[in-house]
Structure formats: C-alpha cells, structure tokens
Design a protein around this ligand. Structure first.
Ligand SMILES: [Fe+2]
Ligand SMILES: [Fe+2]
Length: 197
C-alpha cells in the first residue's frame, strides 16, 4: 500500500481506529486500566470531561433539532434553548482545538515521537471538523431566519440542521475517541509532565 492510500485510510471519514504502529502504547494501557491508574491526574480528567461535554452537547443539540423537525417543540422555545448552546458549542470546540494544536500536540509529539503520525492525523481532523463547524454555523443562521418565516421553510431548515448535526456527531465521536486512545496512554506512561504540567 502506498503512503497516499494509507493516509486516505486514516482520514476522519474512513478510519476505524488506529493502525498497529500507533497502538503501541494503547496495547500497554488499554481503556480498562485508565480509571484506576495513579498517573490519571486532574488535567487528564478535566480534558476527558471536556470531551464528554462535547459529546453530550452535540447529542442534545441533535435531539432538539429532531424535535423541531418532528414538530413536537414550538419554534420560539426551540430558538431560546438552541441559540446559546450552539454558540457555546462552536466557540468552545474551536478553543479546545487551538490548545491541542498549539500546546498539547507539539509537547506530546516531542515526548513520544513514535506516535507523531497520529498527531498529524488528529490535526487534519481538526481542519475537517472546522469545516463542519462552519457548515453548522451556516445551518444555524439559515434555521434562525427560517424560524421567522413560513412553516415549510422551517421544516426544510430543521431537516438541514438535523443532517448537519448527525454527520458532525459521527465525525466528532471518531475524533474524540481516537484522540483519547493516542494521548491518555502517553500520559499514563510518562505522567502529566508530558503536557508541561
Ligand atoms: Fe482534538
Ligand atoms: Fe480534544
């Protein structure tokens, strides 16, 4: 297999986890041991908590969009609930990626150069996710405009938002899970000093 084929298999829409060469530490520190490991410190727990928050928020936004689509929630109640949460989601996720790209990934790559390719893949994910965030933003603006208009326009915009959020959720789950599988084993092996703490 050529490097290009291999890279394509590792992009966010195609991969189904890490290949063997990027699982060297994960084999030694599988998920089952994380919770009890003495090196799982406050920073790691905080970071895992942020990931859980992003998963829950995406799921909550999707369920709200589906309720609007099904007509089980009034448009105005939906808008009041949805707007601050999607804005928070977009802003926080963007900030989270900035810290990872500029701080965590370079430090972790220097700590464990064998996993450098994994961090390049994760950075590529961030770019794809950023494009997804822009589409969500656009779908959000379209939906807000539609809420003030006729019912069929609301239906069309709600369908678009539901599709955008469910596609995004799938990519986000893949990214967060793989990121944890790459990073937590390094932190358990070396301690949180690997993140400059
Ligand atoms: Fe990330
Ligand atoms: Fe992350």
């Amino acid at each position: 297999m050529s490097a290009t084929d291999d890279d394509a298999l590792l992009d966010l829409d195609h991969r189904t986890g890490w290949p063997a060469d990027l699982r060297v530490l994960l084999e030694r520190y599988p998920r089952e041991v994380w919770e009890e490991h003495p090196n799982l410190g406050d920073l790691s727990r905080f970071w895992l908590g942020r990931h859980d928050m992003f998963r829950e928020l995406n799921t909550g936004l999707l369920s709200a969009a589906d309720q609007l689509k099904a007509g089980t929630v009034p448009a105005e109640a939906f808008r009041t609930w949805f707007v601050p949460r999607i804005q928070f989601f977009l802003r926080e996720l963007h900030g989270h990626h900035m810290i990872e790209d500029h701080n965590y990934f370079p430090m972790l790559t220097a700590t464990e150069p064998r996993l450098a390719r994994g961090f390049e893949v994760l950075e590529g994910d961030h770019e794809m996710i950023h494009t997804g965030l822009l589409s969500l933003q656009e779908a959000g603006n379209g939906l807000l405009q539609a809420l003030a208009g006729p019912k069929d326009r609301v239906q069309y915009a709600a369908d678009g938002m539901s599709d955008a959020l469910s596609g995004f959720l799938k990519s986000l789950h893949r990214h967060l899970g793989d990121e944890e599988d790459l990073i937590i084993p390094i932190l358990l092996d070396r301690g949180e000093g690997a993140l400059g703490h």
